[in-house]
Ligand binder design. Sequence first.
Ligand code: FES
Length: 184
Amino acid sequence: MANEARGKTESCIRPDDPRYKELKAYIDSVRGQQGINIMVLQEAQRIFGYVPLEVQKWISLELDDVSVGELYGISTFYSQFNLTKQGKHKISVCLGTACYVKGAQAIVEALQQHLDMEVGGISDDGMFSLEATRCLGCCSLAPVMMIDDDVYAKLYDTKQIPEILDKYYLAAELEEKMESEVDA
Ligand code: FES
């Protein structure tokens, strides 16, 4: 059961998903413009949160003369695009050489254990997605983990990880509370 829930990277956007209507309206508004392929992929990611292959196939049909291969090439070239569903917060652990030799693998293992998830997956509560990256360009801070734009440097002690993650849970709780107060 736990294994089924782990590492949920598969997509499940149904062909009748109403968000396609929103994307279609956008495509109609930019039809004929230069750079439309990347613009549409960006809008699709804004709407769906990621651009899985079935969304790219749909876009390809909508744009007539654009192949799925072209869209796939763009979406894999630019790091701004996610092909799989992402958590609310993206955790990136650097597995470049400097970080690896200083124990980055232990960070990955601690995260996997604490969140019961695999690299490339998202946590059951949808809060975090986890990825291993190449050098982040700050090797003097190794081993490095990033959560969104927050950098956690020299993370030798993996016991800090639950505390770090709790900050994001707390922020989400506060956000939810403020939203419910506004709605009330
Ligand atoms: S190897 Fe991790 S920041 Fe360079």
